[in-house]
Design a protein around this ligand. Structure first.
Ligand SMILES: [Mn+2]
Length: 434
């Protein structure tokens, strides 16, 4: 049995949130993943399907982070097979790149197609030159490619032809590709179509993808592990990991492994319905959070501070402009010692949810009354008097349509408000007496 590890988008050297801790997270993810799933599992090789580095101009500390594991892998005799991604691709017109240097120095095998006057070709790996387009390790032949961006759909037939003539039917053939795939991204950029990818089917037994920072699999032969760590706030909620693949008798079994160091994310939902003021909402929300969450202890150095996502949903009982998300976010961060707090506001503003559930047979007049009543009752200050207030609004409207004098309308409103208020006071007194 052969085992290998497939990762992508390590993004060493990335800088986020002006936080040195966060930059180190990417090193810790890389280090713990390699230690646990490559060195301890004694895999036959490691695949990195692009964007090993966050930038082609590699920062000194990012190279230190890379070498920490590459040296251990070389010492253990585990080859690391790499392709370029959009972030660490060599500059056009410059034949030097850090990935090419690492390949020359014997720490990785960088697989690249070769270009000449006649087109794109796959050439076998040369141990002397330490370059090539495909390489054999045990019973496996691994093909590399490079970042094609918007031209991926045009390039694919060429890769298919090269793969057809260079694949070894006696071996398990792996193709490495750094690309977005249609249907797996939400960005409006051209992605490789699944129909095009399927042209590789039968030629490649395993398509090792990188680029999209979330995990996906297609039809049991296309695998994208996702980035090792979250590169943006949005990505925290994506599933991601590394593939530990077992290979026996030409049959593979890919398992997504996620149990390595990564910044923990805590997600909580809270229904705001029934909280009639911002103060009430605060009290209920924080009571809810404290009831099942222990604040992170900053003295515990082996456990990193979490990223927290708080989703608010349900119908707001006050104007949405009174919902101070930034203030809630800051308070969550402070009380729970989170590294970062994301607020996800899914509440329905009081301004919108009106006349819910009205039958279509209801008359226009009744519909109007319900809309007005609902609008009024969403504001906790008027909720208990919504029916009378709606009646008053309709009366005032009728007067206005009858071309009444403004002062006449104002008098009506003043008079009726007084009645409504006094009725309410009496009602409250009665309740108190009981
Ligand atoms: Mn990437």
């Amino acid at each position: 049995m052969i085992r290998f590890l497939h990762i992508a988008d390590v993004h060493l050297g990335i800088r986020r949130y002006r936080s040195e801790d966060r930059a180190r997270d990417f090193f810790h993810a890389w280090r713990s993943c390699i230690e646990k799933y490559a060195l301890r599992e004694k895999v036959s090789f490691v695949l990195i399907a692009g964007d090993f580095f966050d930038a082609r101009r590699v920062e000194p500390q990012a190279m230190n982070h890379a070498m920490y594991c590459l040296a251990k892998l070389r010492e253990a005799g585990i080859p690391v097979v790499v392709i370029e991604g959009n972030h660490d691709q060599h500059e056009s017109g410059n034949k030097f790149s850090w990935l090419r240097s690492l390949s020359q120095w014997g720490f990785v095998r960088l697989l690249e197609p070769v270009y000449d006057e006649s087109g794109t070709h796959f050439v076998p790996w040369s141990d002397e030159a330490r370059e090539g387009s495909y390489t054999d390790i045990e019973g496996v032949r691994i093909f590399g490619s490079t970042w094609y961006g918007a031209t991926a759909n045009q390039m694919l037939p060429i890769l298919v032809d090269e793969l057809r003539s260079s694949r070894d039917p006696q071996r398990f053939n792996i193709m490495m590709l750094h690309t977005d795939v249609e249907g797996q991204i939400s960005r409006p950029i051209p992605a490789l179509s699944v129909a095009k990818l399927n042209e590789l089917r039968g030629l490649a037994d395993y398509l090792a993808l990188g680029h999209t920072h979330k995990n996906f699999e297609i039809d049991g032969w296309i695998y994208n592990p996702g980035s090792l760590e979250a590169c943006t706030v949005d990505e925290f909620t994506n599933r991601r990991g590394a593939y530990l693949v077992e290979l026996e008798g030409g049959v593979h079994r890919a398992k997504l492994v996620e149990d390595y160091y990564r910044r923990p994310i805590i997600r909580r939902q809270f229904d705001v319905a029934g909280q009639s003021t911002p103060e009430e909402l605060d009290a209920a929300l924080f009571a809810h959070l404290h009831s099942d969450l222990t604040p992170h202890d900053p003295d515990q150095t082996d456990a990193p501070a979490p990223v927290m996502e708080i989703a608010l949903r349900g119908q707001l009982a006050f104007k949405s402009s009174m919902l101070e998300l930034n203030r809630i976010r800051d308070r969550v961060q402070e009380e729970f010692n989170a590294m970062l707090v994301m607020m996800n506001n899914q509440t329905v503003p009081v301004e919108y949810a009106v006349a819910v559930g009205l039958s279509e047979h209801v008359s226009r007049a009744e519909r109007e009354r319900r809309v007005i009543e609902d609008l009024i009752s969403r504001d906790a200050r008027f909720k208990e008097r919504a029916v009378e207030m709606a009646g008053l609004v309709l009366e005032a409207k009728r007067l206005a349509l009858d071309a009444a004098e403004p002062v006449q309308i104002a008098d009506l409103i003043a008079e009726r408000l007084e009645t409504i208020e006094s009725r309410r006071d009496n009602g409250t007194d009665e309740i108190r007496r009981n």
